[in-house]
Design a protein around this ligand. Structure first.
Ligand SMILES: C[S@@+](CC[C@H](N)C(=O)[O-])C[C@H]1O[C@@H](n2cnc3c(N)ncnc32)[C@H](O)[C@@H]1O
Length: 274
């Protein structure tokens, strides 16, 4: 019997074009890029189908593949944890520019620990502490900071930190929740439905957590250390006043490219460098 001839090519649901079409139909703006990523993440056609289905159902891409690219690192992101935003790379860059020799780094409100991991990766051998109130985030952050010898503490802001860090922190980075409560329902569905409220809601004007961090930061900063908090363009004037009222001399740093706003502060009169 002659060998069976190959069956005529049928349109495969796994081709790049088919994946792009499915993603586009679901409203994914960067369908081409996402299709490439999903295809490279999938072990085989069955898995690719599952990944595309999850993405099409509205799960953020980072949760579909299990990681986010951040400051040159592949950061693990687990369900229920805030997905690190590219805009926050500006906070990392500014922290390193202001305190290039920091030996002690704290990533407060750490979520996945992306900020702390990126800082530790750039500051060879720095002592890294991260903290978050959400145990799901704490577990995720532990995976991301472990390669840098970082420790992750669970609890409410500074209460989570070892007391021995007081007065020793060179970089105190805090990407706190800063969406005003009334605006949470207006966020894109990916955030509203897949990120915890505690990671988003910053109180009536979005500045509740920022106020608490700024008030206590002076007791934790080393001479020459800096507090850096991401904020929004609209909130920036009040955020600056809040830093000043807490005894920090403050400046607003802006990235037009990333549309990012960061307030940086140092203890007024603190002239010694770390
Ligand atoms: C906007 S997310 C930022 C996460 C991470 N730093 C990043 O940039 O990807 C804010 C994080 O703050 C944490 N958080 C909110 N309130 C907190 C509090 N009182 N103490 C500690 N962490 C808190 C949330 O659990 C969440 O992980």
């Amino acid at each position: 019997m002659p060998p069976a001839s190959p069956s005529p090519a049928s349109p495969s649901p796994h081709t790049h074009d088919a994946v792009v079409s499915a993603l586009r139909a679901a409203g994914c703006v960067f369908a081409e890029d996402e299709a490439r990523l999903l295809r490279s993440a999938a072990g085989g056609p069955g898995e690719l189908n599952a990944l595309v289905d999850r993405r099409v159902s509205g799960l953020p891409l980072e949760l579909v593949v299990g990681w986010a690219e951040f400051a040159g690192l592949r950061v693990t992101v687990t369900p229920g944890v805030f997905v690190p935003r590219r805009r926050t790379e500006f906070l990392v860059r500014q922290a390193l520019a202001h305190v290039p020799g920091a030996r002690v780094v704290v990533d407060l409100c750490c979520g996945s620990g992306a900020v702390g991991a990126a800082l530790a990766a750039a500051l060879d051998g720095a002592e890294l502490h991260a903290a978050d109130i959400d145990p799901v985030a704490v577990r995720c952050a532990r995976r991301n900071v472990a390669p840098f010898g970082g420790r992750v503490h669970e609890g409410d802001l500074f209460e989570a930190l070892p007391a021995g860090l007081r007065g020793r922190v060179g970089i105190l980075a805090a990407n706190v929740p800063y969406v005003p409560t009334d605006e949470v329902p207006l966020l894109p569905a990916e955030a509203r439905e897949h990120e915890p409220l505690v990671a988003l809601d910053g109180g009536p004007d979005g500045l509740d957590v920022l106020r608490r961090v700024a008030a206590e930061a002076p007791r934790w900063l080393a001479p020459g250390g800096r507090l850096l908090i991401e904020t929004s363009e609209r909130q920036a004037p009040v955020a600056l006043e809040t830093f000043e009222a807490s005894g920090l001399s403050a400046r607003l740093l802006v990235s037009d490219e990333l549309y990012a706003h960061v307030v940086v502060g140092e203890v007024r009169g603190g002239a010694v460098t770390t």
